[in-house]
Design a protein around this ligand. Structure first.
Ligand SMILES: [Zn+2]
Length: 245
């Protein structure tokens, strides 16, 4: 687990090949995504490292309901009763009314390349045995208006990686939490580091991903906290152009 300070209020945390973020507002915290199930101890450690208690987290915002982003939710809701929220369509995915996720066969196929094989092993270790998580208690946030959560984040619908994928913008500090709509690297990527889409095997709709990335261009943000890869700073339009190239 590695904690990166983004600004006075925001920390990005890297767990097993995945990021989550802590947004503070006074003593209260919003958690954006939660890592893999077996990142739960690291999740608690990251909250402590930023000087907070798990009880300070008054909202968990989920970008999408893949296991590397919702893994810590059952622990947080079970032990601390933390509310968990996402966009309306992704809430259906989180309740597992349907499942859009890489299949075991697709993961096996990735094993042909050394870096991807390493990712598959990491993933199995980070997930097992909690391979089936559903979040029946998930709440719905409205799009494009300041939410009543610490940091006043705004939900930005970014369908493509999943049908209900939702990014979050923090207007007051110009930070975009892009989840898996726009990342800056991934162990299975052959594009190296820098703004990019995830490899095709992970996405539900490639056209959707393209449209979602293009729609980020004019958001008032100059700092990117992605679901995978490092923190990026600079004009968001430049990042969008690089990712679409
Ligand atoms: Zn992910």
């Amino acid at each position: 687990m590695h904690v990166t300070r983004v600004n006075d209020q925001v920390h990005m945390v890297t767990g097993t090949n995945v990021n989550w973020a802590l947004v503070s507002d006074g003593s209260a915290l919003t958690l954006v995504d939660t890592g893999y199930p077996n990142d739960s101890a690291a999740l608690l450690a990251s909250i402590a490292e930023t000087g907070h208690r798990p009880q300070d987290v008054t909202a968990i915002l989920i970008t999408h309901a893949h296991l590397d982003h919702i893994g810590g939710v059952p622990m947080m809701t079970g032990r601390f009763g933390t509310p968990v929220l996402t966009g309306a369509e992704e809430a259906r995915h989180a309740r597992r009314e349907y499942l859009e996720q890489i299949t075991p066969l697709e993961m096996l196929r990735l094993c042909g390349h050394r870096a991807s094989r390493r990712w598959v092993l990491d993933t199995v270790r980070a997930v097992f045995p909690q391979i089936k998580i559903s979040l029946p208690q998930v709440g719905v946030v409205p799009p494009k208006e300041p939410l009543d959560v610490p940091g006043g984040l705004v939900a930005i619908p970014t369908p493509g990686h999943t049908t209900g994928h939702t990014a979050y913008l923090m207007p007051s500090t110009g930070v975009l939490f892009s989840g898996d709509a726009l990342v800056t690297g991934h162990p299975t990527s052959r594009r190296g580091e820098g703004p990019q889409r995830l490899p095709e095997v992970f996405n539900t709709s490639e056209d959707g991903v393209t449209t979602a990335i293009a729609a980020l261009r004019d958001l008032p943000a100059d700092t990117l906290v992605p679901g995978h890869g490092g923190l990026a700073r600079g004009p968001l339009a430049d990042m969008v152009d690089k990712a679409l190239r």
